[in-house]
Design a protein around this ligand. Structure first.
Ligand code: IMP
Length: 202
């Protein structure tokens, strides 16, 4: 089954492909000729997730899903949260974002560096009954952990992975394989629910 993923992020696409398995073939908007950013203009992860999926649904009119993720750091009052992508500026540079977080947490001891990734996946699918012609369903996942005292040298993953230590692990998410990350990550949890939902419909 072909399913469109409302993202330009190849790392998210790789993780999602593994999580959905071979029964699903993920297409990206870029492969269908859509260039440029997918809008995310709201103040909550749930709303941005819905906005991204509905934007792609309106463009292509076929089954699609989105993923919006934020990193919440307790010592920063929940920041960067929904603003995780552009935390250090509009260039959305991941290294700058990580540096900003580590700078703001300078002097904060490990036990007070609690944080979590929060992810909302929105599925939009066509329906034949009813007026609107489509249905949205949301799947959520979180992953609790700590912000590391310094960036790790791990090169797996992306974004904030090299400064995030999931609970129960001794290293950052950038130091484990895709399979291990998917087992415990926010995205893994949300996407497994999506996979279960889609498989039940087949
Ligand atoms: P968005 O969901 O694409 O808006 O991502 C928000 C921000 O969180 C971006 O800076 C991403 O790089 C980062 N991010 C999203 N998912 C992950 C993840 O699984 N690990 C680490 N960083 C992530």
């Amino acid at each position: 089954m072909d399913i469109l993923f409302a993202t330009n992020n190849p790392h998210k696409a790789e993780e999602a492909a593994k999580l959905l398995g071979p029964a699903f073939h993920i297409l990206l908007p870029s492969s269908l000729g859509l260039e440029g950013d997918i809008p995310e203009t709201h103040d909550t992860i749930a709303e941005n997730s819905a906005e991204k999926a509905l934007f792609i649904w309106k463009k292509f009119g076929r089954i699609c899903f989105s993923d919006d993720t934020g990193l919440e750091i307790d010592a920063l009052g929940g920041a960067p949260g929904v603003y995780s992508a552009r935390y250090a500026g509009e260039s959305k540079n991941p290294a700058d974002n990580r540096r900003k977080v580590l700078g703001q947490l300078d002097g904060v001891p490990f036990e007070k560096r609690t944080a979590r990734f929060r992810c909302a996946v929105t599925l939009v699918e066509p329906v034949t009954e009813g007026q609107s012609g489509f249905k949205t369903t949301v799947f959520e996942g979180t992953c609790e952990g700590h912000i590391a005292l310094a960036e790790s040298e791990g090169v797996q993953g992306f974004g904030y992975d090299s400064i995030f230590i999931p609970n129960g692990m001794e290293c950052t998410m950038a130091e484990v394989s895709l399979e291990v990350k998917n087992e415990l990550s926010h995205r893994g949890k949300a996407m497994r629910e999506l996979a279960k939902y889609l498989s039940a419909k087949k």
